[in-house]
Design a protein around this ligand. Structure first.
Ligand SMILES: C[S@@+](CC[C@H](N)C(=O)[O-])C[C@H]1O[C@@H](n2cnc3c(N)ncnc32)[C@H](O)[C@@H]1O
Length: 299
């Protein structure tokens, strides 16, 4: 789908929005039609029109027609797995620093939402290799990706378990959305270029904790950081301004680390958490915060 072209063509994705804001995603074909409880909208009425046009169903109801953004498409496309929310996709691209020409190893492919964002950011000079153990899901994901991005010349899918190893070498980024990313820490360190970034998305703090300990124990990673993204929409009208009542309160945590040489003078891994008198962000000492024991010889 050419998003630089305002007009709809056969094969394009169209997002049709009704009076109540409900969204319907369709792939346009000459014979196709959207059937709703407020009438039928033939695709032929949409093909040739510009984005932003209003169309009428056979029962006289109006729908707004737009080409979906990547985030909208990822949320509404057919899915076989949980997908990464747009609020996290944006941060993942920035925190993993996915740039045009970037060489990325990813796991798992799932429904393809994150893969789509990675492919778009890496561009035609970069590539993405995606590992996926559930190979029966791959055709669905590929069809999702093709419908939005067109030909997938820069994507390679490996029907393999990434816990068992990474074939690629000298990669810029490793991006993981799998349940046990700590099982990939060692392989990722071997696959990543110096300075490369490992980024993992996990839904629970127990996973973050185990992953962080594995990264520290490996010693080839520095700048180990974890964040989560809270995104709250606002209701804005002439009469009222307030936060929306509903939001996605939790999706997952993003942990990042940079591939570096082991720190000189550190003779043992830092694994055991204990309580310390770390400075808090407001500059006050907070002895309730768990910290990590200073490694022997670290300075
Ligand atoms: C939550 S889904 C990924 C969703 C995907 N990021 C998206 O946005 O559509 C997790 C995927 O990882 C795959 N997976 C789990 N363990 C894996 C492993 N060890 N190697 C490769 N793929 C794995 C699962 O089959 C599943 O498809």
């Amino acid at each position: 789908m050419d998003r630089t072209d305002a007009a709809f063509h056969e094969g394009d994705m169209a997002m049709l929005i009704d009076r109540k804001g409900r969204r319907y995603l369709v792939r346009l074909s000459q014979a196709g039609a959207l059937h709703t409880h407020v009438g039928v909208l033939p695709h032929q009425d949409i093909i040739g029109r510009d984005q932003g046009s209003w169309l009428r169903t056979t029962m006289g109801q109006t729908f707004l027609a737009l080409k979906p953004t990547l985030g909208e498409y990822a949320q509404h496309m057919p899915r076989a797995t949980q997908v990464i929310y747009p609020k996290d996709l944006g941060n993942i691209l920035i925190m993993a620093d996915i740039f045009p020409g970037c060489r990325v190893v990813e796991a798992g492919l799932g429904s393809g939402a994150l893969t789509m964002a990675l492919l778009q950011a890496a561009g035609s000079r970069g590539w993405v290799t995606s590992y996926e153990v559930r190979t029966e899901q791959v055709p669905r994901a590929l069809s999702n990706l093709e419908a939005y991005l067109g030909e997938l010349e820069t994507l390679q899918v490996r029907g393999e378990n990434i816990y068992e190893g990474i074939h690629e070498q000298d990669v810029d980024r490793v991006v993981l959305d799998v349940p046990e990313p700590w099982s990939v820490v060692e392989h990722a360190a071997e696959a990543l270029k110096p300075g490369g970034i490992l980024l993992c998305f996990v839904p629970t703090v127990l996973q973050v904790h185990r992953l962080t300990l594995a990264l520290e124990e490996d010693r080839r990673y520095q700048l180990v950081e974890t964040v989560e993204t809270l995104l709250r929409g606002w209701h804005v009208t002439q009469q009222s301004m307030r936060p929306n009542h509903r939001m996605v309160a939790h999706s997952g945590f993003i942990t990042t680390a940079r591939r570096c040489d082991p720190r000189p003078g550190v003779t043992r891994a830092v694994t055991e958490p204990e309580y310390s008198n770390e400075e808090t962000d407001d500059g006050k000492s907070d002895d309730r915060q768990p910290g990590h024991r200073q490694a022997e010889g670290a300075g």
